[in-house]
Design a protein around this ligand. Structure first.
Ligand code: OFO
Length: 170
């Protein structure tokens, strides 16, 4: 059985994951509008993954006899100065999400809630992967992606990555 405090914090995390999903979906619309079709596909696929992160929390709360409550969600940013600035923002956002997951892990230790501690291990691993992925994408964009040809190559690479993750999910 979860403490009321843990239920509140897990419900807040549902909001964080939902907002991540909406943020990346909105970013995919900006990319498509600007002609970055590969980045658009990559980000819409990633938005689906974030929705799955939300659903896992939603299901876990139900399994423990608590009720999942979807909080009010903020409106995602719609305009970006460049593809590079957008990916910098994603990396910053993922670091924020990691901090939220770390807070939940700390709370589960504090409360000796070993079921939630075990459940959260998946998110710890996922955040490590996501930070590493977005950090390497920011590096690549900074290396080759600021002019027309560089941006074309980055967009193509993102399209390939989206196709690979779609294949892995099927
Ligand atoms: Fe991007 O991992 Fe969930 O939020």
């Amino acid at each position: 059985m979860l403490s009321n405090n843990m239920i509140t914090k897990l419900n807040e995390q549902i909001g964080v994951e939902f907002e991540s999903s909406n943020l990346y979906l909105q970013m995919s619309a900006w990319c498509a509008f600007k002609g970055f079709e590969g980045a658009a596909k990559f980000l819409s696929t990633h938005a689906e993954e974030e929705r799955m992160h939300m659903t896992k929390l939603f299901t876990y709360l139900g399994e423990t006899g608590a009720m999942a409550v979807i909080p009010a969600l903020s409106k995602p940013q719609q305009e970006y100065d460049s593809l590079a600035a957008m990916f910098e923002q994603i990396l910053k956002h993922e670091r924020f999400v990691t901090a939220k997951i770390n807070d939940l892990v700390a709370l589960s230790y504090e409360e000796k809630d070993y079921s939630t501690l075990n459940f959260l291990q998946w998110y710890v691993g996922e955040q490590h992967e996501e930070e590493s992925l977005f950090s390497s994408l920011v590096d690549k964009i900074n290396l080759i992606g600021h002019d027309g040809r560089g941006l074309y190559l980055i967009d193509r690479e993102l399209g390939k990555q989206a196709a690979m993750s779609a294949g892995a999910q099927n």
